[in-house]
Design a protein around this ligand. Structure first.
Ligand code: TA6
Length: 284
């Protein structure tokens, strides 16, 4: 059991044999092993040198998700998914180191100078035998202004073969924005989702707060979320995956993105108010 710091990452080893590695670049979790298996997909072509967001693992999207809005200007000029995934975070402390779990806290640096907002962004990663919990804490530190943001954990879950998986537990009637259909709003039919064509959907207010992935080979994941109300499901398949420059060949067959977040609109915090968005992934 223990926590090891390297110049670029922090590694957790739990007594059960599970482990996780968190890069300081973006506080991106690049590895989570449990039951002797790697549970996160990272593309073999991912840049791991801080030159661009890491293609895989769990990048953090903040203060926007997706392309920037048209206003206000300091949001409109942001890059897709915001800047948190490109910042160098600080490992603040070990919060807990016990057999129940090992928990680390990271804090983000100040925002870029163009983004004049006072907030505190922290990330708590907790590892136990079969579970990885990731909590994003956002505090509005303005004296009298509200702070608005979107936030999302862009989790690339490793799977043996995306053509065999079934995604379930998104309630029938849940509205989603289908980016493949140009942003059309659709109602979920509640039927299990399979990956036989590109999928890029932002499900709004998922009442179950829990999405299941059956890998079709006896394993899978349960992804629970609290605070976060929305969930994106993304797999480009070969059709669009081939165009992603840092995607390894056939990488789309090896992952499914299940991404809890606050993404359908901007969340507004009053001065001093805190938002906590939590994701708990259980490997089955
Ligand atoms: O979460 C899904 C998504 O927004 C897709 O639309 C897709 O483009 C993906 O994220 C990857 O974004 P990135 O900026 O990491 O290339």
């Amino acid at each position: 059991m223990g926590v090891t710091e390297t110049d670029k990452s922090v590694i957790i080893n739990h007594e059960s044999g599970s482990s996780a590695e968190i890069y300081l670049y973006g506080a991106t979790i690049v590895s989570w092993k449990s039951g002797g298996k790697e549970r996160l997909f990272v593309s073999g072509k991912a840049a791991l040198d801080g030159s661009k967001a890491i293609r895989g693992g769990i990048p953090i999207c903040f203060p926007i998700f997706g392309p920037p809005p048209s206003s206000p200007p300091e949001y409109a000029s942001l890059a897709q998914h915001g800047f948190a995934r490109n910042q160098i975070w600080k490992f603040e402390k070990t919060v807990m180191d016990r057999s129940e779990g090992v928990s680390l806290r990271f804090t983000a640096p100040l925002p870029p100078t163009e983004f004049q907002h006072k907030y505190k962004l922290a990330y708590v990663v907790t590892l136990s035998e079969h579970q990885l919990s990731t909590d994003l804490h956002i505090v509005n530190e303005e004296e009298s202004k509200e702070f608005t943001f979107q936030a999302l954990l862009h989790t690339y879950l490793a799977i043996p073969d995306s053509s065999k998986i079934k995604i379930s537990n998104v309630p029938q009637g849940t509205t989603y924005v289908d980016k493949i259909l140009g942003g059309k709003k659709v109602e979920s039919d509640g039927v299990d989702i399979v990956i036989d064509k590109p999928i890029d959907r932002v499900y709004h207010k998922v009442a179950s707060q829990e999405v299941h992935v059956d890998d079709g080979l006896g394993g899978g994941y349960k992804v629970r979320f609290r605070g976060f109300e929305d969930c994106t499901i993304w797999n480009p398949t070969e059709e669009t995956g081939k165009k992603i420059v840092d995607m390894e060949d056939k990488g789309w067959e090896k992952y499914i993105c299940i991404e809890p977040g606050y993404a359908r609109e901007f969340k507004s915090l009053a001065p001093g108010e805190e938002f906590i968005g939590q994701q708990v992934i259980t490997a089955l």
